[in-house]
Structure formats: C-alpha cells, structure tokens
Design a protein around this ligand. Structure first.
Ligand code: SAH
Length: 347
C-alpha cells in the first residue's frame, strides 16, 4: 500500500496504540482523530508538534483520496464526483440536495462483481474493496466541496459496489462515521443497499446498527430475477424474503425495496400484483426507479405510463410506494456510469 497507513481506518484506540508506539503521549490520539475526521491535512493540525506532523506525513495518509472532478447538474442541485484513490483508481459519488439537507451516495468498492444485467458498475468487475477510511474520505471530500453551504447529513451506500460483499469494512465505516468525536452522522440517516446477500443480512441484523436496509429486488419472482441478477441463483427470493422479514421483526426498522422498472420484463400490472403479494404484511416501502438506460446494456426503461400504472396498482393493493425522483440524469446519475465514461477516456 505505497507503504503508507490510512489513519482514517483506525479507531481512536488504534490511533492511541500507533502514537504511543512512536513515543507520543496518549492524549494526542484524540487531537489527531478530531483533525482527521474534519478532513484537515497534517500541515494544518495546529496543536500537534511539527516533528510529529512531518513523521505522520511520511508514514501515513491524512486523506487517502482526492477530488478528481465534479460535475454539477444543470437541471437540479445534484453534483456527481469522481474521486481519485491513493492508488490511482477512480470511484464515484453523488451529492444530492433535499429539503432535509445534503445526502451523499458513496461507493463501497471499486467496481462490483455481482453482475446485475442493468448496472454499469459491474461491467469491468471488481478491482478491490474500499476500506472504512476511504469511505469516510468520500464524505470528507464532499464536505470540503460544500464549504460554507453545509454538510453531508445523510448517506446512502448505493454507489458502485456491493456493501455486504465488503462487510467488515462497511460495518467499521458505519461505526466510525457515527462517532461523536468524528462526523457524528446518525445511523438512522444512513441507508445500506444490497442485491440480497442473505447470510450477511442475517449478520447485519445482529450488529444492532439502526441503518435503513434497502433491498434491490427488481423482480417479483425468481423466474424474472435470475434473468437480471445472478445473485438470485445463490439466494432465491424465498430465502431473501425470510431473511428480510426476520430483519424487520428483530430491528423494528422499515425496509425499502428498490424496483427498477424495465420495459416488458418486470413492469406489467400483474408483476405489481405479484410484488404486493410478496411484501404483504411487511413494514416496508417500495421505491420505483425508472431504469436508467446504460449504453452497454440492452434493457429499456418502462414507459412513464407503465410506471404510473405500476404505482397505482401497488397503491390499490395498499402497498406504500413512490417513484424515485430522477436527479442528475444529465450527469450519468446511475451507478457506475460516470466511472465507466472515465475509464473509456470520455471525462
Ligand atoms: N450493490 C448494491 C448497491 C449499489 S446499486 C445493490 O445492489 O443494492 C444501487 C441501486 O441502483 C440498486 O438498487 C441497483 O440495483 C440500482 N441500479 C443499478 N443500475 C441501475 C440502472 N441502470 N437503473 C436503475 N437502477 C439501477
């Protein structure tokens, strides 16, 4: 790793160990943690001795990432970011402005290996997982970009990557980002989206982290789901729903189902009725997403009329559902689209 440590990966206790093994007093850990989690570079950590700052800069990263490019939408307040990791890899994030504040969509891996048929993130496979500190860096860089305008208050783990395929780092990130001496973002303001890794959902339930779980369902049965999501072969919809029901029962948290409407495939009224049957009785919300068309994929979005009919059918079945507001559609808003353009040399 370039020989350098990512200090943002460490808890305050781990920082303490690290500093003490370098002959520093324990109290420096609190100071260093505070600066790091404000995104302050070593050079500006005013209450640390100059020699220590220099040593840290030699051996460690303060921020293991920089802002590579930003693309503000012309249509709304959405900004798409490309971040350059310390090893030269490029990842993406999306900043959205809602009435309740700023929400950042972060990547959890460089690429993805889940292979969903409609998703651009997975086209080049997974290069590597991001560490907790790298995910924190995405938030810190978005805050730096915002400056006086505000701070990220909500996070969605819905960028490139499958969060539950990077389980330990993601859970570590959730604890760090919630640290009162760090960014102190409420876990209730964080959504974790998964394509449905059942054993990890069961494990997450035991962590007692009050994040909102989002399930990328996209189909009401295995026949359709296996056509677009390879993971459905490993964890069929019956097992997935059982795991989700148990998650909701144990945590008391409402679960969100993501459902991208694809022309012909999953967007007919009969599919809406089947979906309603599947989720009936569950404390849940269905988020309908008009499919974002990805050049390399041959799936087409459902028509606006089909989207409305699907929504009305669900509502008729008394299922809570909304159509997700399209944001940043002019800047490659869907997963992995911008990174992909970058890889092709078009950014
Ligand atoms: N791997 C995780 C999180 C990243 S994807 C997951 O699968 O949930 C975030 C969401 O965007 C998922 O619901 C994903 O299925 C959806 N998505 C990906 N490509 C899309 C596209 N072209 N149009 C609409 N939604 C898409």
């Amino acid at each position: 790793m370039d020989g350098k440590q990512i200090l943002l990966d460490m808890t305050q206790d781990e920082l303490k160990q690290y500093l003490m093994s370098n002959g520093q007093p324990a109290f420096r850990a609190k100071q260093l943690f505070g600066w790091l989690h404000k995104g302050v570079p070593f050079a500006d950590m005013r209450n640390l001795p100059g020699a220590l700052r220099e040593q840290l800069a030699q051996e460690c990263f303060d921020l293991p990432m920089e802002l590579h490019a930003s693309f503000p939408s012309q249509k709304d307040d959405t900004v798409k970011f490309l971040f350059a990791c310390w090893d030269g890899n490029i990842i993406e994030g999306v900043l959205m402005h809602y009435h309740y504040g700023y929400s950042l969509c972060i990547s959890t891996q460089i690429g993805c290996k889940m292979g969903c048929a409609f998703c651009a993130s997975t086209l080049n496979g997974c290069v590597r997982s991001l560490t907790a500190g790298e995910m924190l860096a995405e938030v810190l860089l978005a805050n730096r970009f915002l400056g006086d305008k505000g701070k990220v208050g909500h996070i969605v783990l819905m960028g490139s990557g499958e969060p539950l395929d990077n389980y330990d780092n993601v859970v570590h990130f959730l604890r760090l980002v919630n640290d009162p001496e760090g960014l102190n973002i409420s876990l209730r303001n964080i959504s974790l989206s998964t394509c449905g890794l059942v054993p990890q959902i069961d494990r997450l339930k035991e962590e007692r982290l009050p994040v909102t779980l989002s399930i990328s369902l996209h189909a009401p049965n295995d026949g359709i789901r296996t056509q677009i999501m390879p993971i459905a072969r490993t964890y069929p919809i019956g097992e997935l729903m059982q795991s989700v029901r148990s998650y909701v029962a144990d945590t008391g948290r409402r679960v969100v189902f993501e459902y991208a409407l694809i022309d012909q495939l999953n967007s007919k009224p009969e599919h809406a009725r089947e979906l309603a049957k599947l989720v009936r009785g569950l404390q849940c919300h269905v988020n309908l997403i008009p499919l974002n068309y990805v050049d390399e994929r041959h799936l087409m979005p459902a028509s606006p009329a089909a989207v409305q009919t699907f929504l009305k059918t669900l509502e008729g079945e008394h299922i809570s559902a909304t159509v997700r507001r399209e944001m940043g559609s002019d800047i490659g808003g869907a997963c992995g689209q911008l990174r992909r353009r970058h890889l092709e040399g078009n950014t």
